[in-house]
Design a protein around this ligand. Structure first.
Ligand code: C5P
Length: 309
């Protein structure tokens, strides 16, 4: 008797969100991207991405934060799966995402799912890719994807895809104020260009004082070094973000910053307890719709489960 060949068991990969501790935006490049000097920091808000062998490509999204995610070939996870298929001898996959990262929130949720798909397909099909190879594939999909493969805290240059490690001590505690509605990353970069007008913009480079603060492990030292060149543009498009920032600072945050291109606002707090207090105060004030607490740095995309039927 012949039996059907055994399919590899589905794998689930957990992938974190990111916040940029510093996001310095340089001149616009010929390809439309901007030169960046950024410090990525992976935080403990996660998407769980399950990758299974399927007859054809498919994607599903679940969880309280799942609205607004495209479910067709436009989804970056489908692009990730097809990229792997174009390089290796693999079957199509079904990708099921459980969302814990805000959608279009400036926390790289889509890029995180793409990173998880690459890592998931690597495990599913035993491709034996190392981190560098996964990061190189990731760079073809989006500027933030390589960082979500590696996680931790890292400097990003180029358009954000070239990574260098940063020595960071300790754990930092964060409260994230979620926006009512997402912001489009290209629109925020375009607004940044518009606000700058003809201004001469220098090539950016990461701030040594931020590196020193990260070595200290002290959130009081880190707070004054948080910086984001996209913040004014995000506030210009969504003025209410300015009020959320003021409210968080008034309620005791050590520092506050628009996360990436927004609209999520990241507040750095002293410790876990202060995070609970700030989350309660922000929610009670009505200044924000929803908050999440998290800490960082955490690992990048990693396998959490392989189902054995
Ligand atoms: O690389 P990714 O697809 O995530 O970038 C999304 C958009 O953000 C780009 O299309 C571009 O408009 C903007 N961007 C940029 N400069 C960067 C990274 C992103 O202008 N370094």
């Amino acid at each position: 008797m012949t039996s059907a060949p055994l399919l590899p068991a589905p794998v689930t990969v957990r992938v974190p969100a990111k916040v940029n501790l510093e996001l310095l935006v340089g001149p616009r490049r010929e390809d439309g991207y901007h030169h960046l000097a950024t410090v990525f920091h992976a935080v403990s808000l996660y998407d769980d991405v399950t990758v299974s062998v399927a007859d054809r490509y498919g994607v599903s999204v679940s969880g309280p934060l799942s609205t607004g995610v495209p479910l067709d070939g436009e989804n970056i996870v489908m692009k990730a799966a097809r990229l792997v298929e174009s390089r290796f001898d693999v079957e199509p996959v079904q990708v099921d995402i459980r969302k814990g990262i805000p959608v279009a929130g400036g926390m790289a949720g889509g890029s995180a799912d793409a990173a998880a798909t690459l890592v998931g397909m690597d495990h599913l099909y035993d491709l034996g890719l190392d981190r560098e190879e996964l990061e190189e594939l990731g760079a073809e999909l989006g500027s933030d994807v390589p960082f979500l493969v590696s996680g931790g805290t890292a400097i990003g240059s180029g358009r954000g895809e070239l990574l260098a490690p940063v020595l960071a001590r300790g754990t930092y505690h964060w409260v994230f104020a979620l926006g009512e509605e997402g912001l489009s990353t290209p629109a925020v970069y375009a607004e940044c260009d518009r606000l700058r007008g003809d201004e001469d913009v220098p090539e950016p480079s990461a701030n040594p004082a931020l590196m020193a603060a990260l070595r200290s492990g002290d959130p009081h030292e880190l707070a004054p070094q948080l910086a984001n060149d996209l913040q004014d543009a995000a506030i210009s498009l969504r003025p209410a973000l300015g009020e959320v920032l003021s409210a968080g600072m008034e309620f005791g945050a050590l520092g506050g910053i628009v996360s990436g291109s927004g609209p999520t606002i990241a507040f750095l707090v002293e410790d876990n307890e202060s995070g609970i207090d700030l989350a309660v105060a922000l929610t009670a004030s009505g200044a924000v719709r929803d908050v999440r607490r998290a800490s960082g740095p955490v690992h990048g995309a990693h396998l959490i489960q392989r189902r054995v039927d």
